[in-house]
Design a protein around this ligand. Structure first.
Ligand SMILES: [Zn+2]
Length: 252
C-alpha cells in the first residue's frame, strides 16, 4: 500500500501516535474488510467507530427500513431517513464521515442461501442482529470459511461480547446449542446499552485487524448496566459441536 496522504496523516493523527498503531497499523486498517450484519442499535456504534478509524471496506447487511421508533437507540439514522432502507441511511452517514471507507450494502436478510456468498468477501464479521436464527447461520458459515466473528447481544439492561475464532475457540453453537425459536419479542432497551456493547465489538475488530492486545477468545464479557458491572465467563470449545467440532486451526 502507498504512503498515507497528508490528509490521512491529519485525520488519523490521534491513533497514529499510539505506538501499537503508527502508519503501518493504519495501512492495515485501511486494507481490512469488515462485514457488519445489522444496522440497528449495535450496528450503529460498530459502523460509526470503524468508519471513523479508517477501516477500508465496510459491508452492511439489513433488510429493514428506518422507523421513528428506532431513533431512540439506532444513532446512525435520523429523522430525514425514516422510511428508507437502513443500509442506505447508514451508507450516507458513513460516506460523509470518511471517504476512505468503501461501503458496500446488502438490502436483505442473511439466510442459508446468501450467507456464504456475502461473508466470503470479508476478513472479519460482526454480528449485530437481534435474532438467534441469523446468529446460528452466520456462525456456521464463519466456521466453514474460517472467518473471525465478533458476537454481541443485549437483553434488557444486560449485554455481552465474545470473539469467535473458528478452529481455535468455542463457536456460538458450542455456547448455545441450536434450538428452533421463531419467537420475536420486543424487548425494552436504553440506547446507551447497545452503545457500550457495540463499542466493545468495534474494539475487538480493531485489535484483530492490528494483531494487538488480547481478544475476548473463549470468554464472554458480560455487562450489567444497572449495576455498572462487568463479568468474565470462561467458555470451552465443545469437541462434539456439530458446527466447529471438525474445524482445525489451520487456515484454508
Ligand atoms: Zn462449536
Amino acid at each position: 500500500m502507498q504512503q498515507l496522504s497528508e490528509e490521512q496523516l491529519k485525520r488519523y493523527r490521534r491513533q497514529l501516535i499510539l505506538k501499537d498503531i503508527g502508519e503501518e497499523g493504519q495501512k492495515k486498517l485501511l486494507e481490512t474488510k469488515v462485514l457488519i450484519i445489522g444496522t440497528g442499535g449495535l450496528g450503529s456504534p460498530v459502523s460509526l467507530y470503524l468508519a471513523a478509524a479508517g477501516i477500508g471496506k465496510l459491508g452492511l447487511v439489513d433488510c429493514d427500513c428506518v422507523d421513528l421508533s428506532n431513533l431512540q437507540r439506532q444513532i446512525i439514522h435520523n429523522i430525514d431517513t425514516v422510511g428508507i432502507p437502513k443500509v442506505d441511511s447508514a451508507k450516507t452517514v458513513l460516506s460523509r464521515l470518511n471517504k476512505d471507507v468503501c461501503v458496500e450494502i446488502y438490502n436483505c436478510l442473511i439466510d442459508e442461501e446468501n450467507a456464504e456468498s456475502i461473508i466470503r468477501h470479508y476478513d472479519i464479521i460482526v454480528n449485530a442482529v437481534d435474532n438467534s436464527l441469523t446468529r446460528y447461520i452466520v456462525n456456521k458459515v464463519c466456521c466453514k470459511l474460517k472467518r473471525p466473528l465478533v458476537e454481541g447481544a443485549i437483553f434488557n439492561f444486560e449485554g455481552y461480547v465474545t470473539t469467535i475464532i473458528p478452529g481455535e475457540t468455542a463457536c456460538y453453537e458450542c455456547i448455545y446449542e441450536y434450538e428452533e425459536n421463531d419467537e420475536k419479542l420486543e424487548i425494552g432497551v436504553i440506547g446507551a446499552l447497545p452503545g457500550v456493547i457495540g463499542s466493545l465489538q468495534a474494539m475487538e475488530v480493531i485489535k484483530y485487524s492490528l494483531n494487538i492486545g488480547k481478544l475476548l477468545k473463549n470468554e464472554l464479557l458480560y455487562y450489567n448496566a444497572l449495576n455498572a458491572s462487568f463479568k468474565r465467563v470462561k467458555l470451552e470449545r465443545n469437541v462434539e459441536c456439530k458446527v466447529c467440532g471438525t474445524v482445525s486451526c489451520k487456515k484454508n
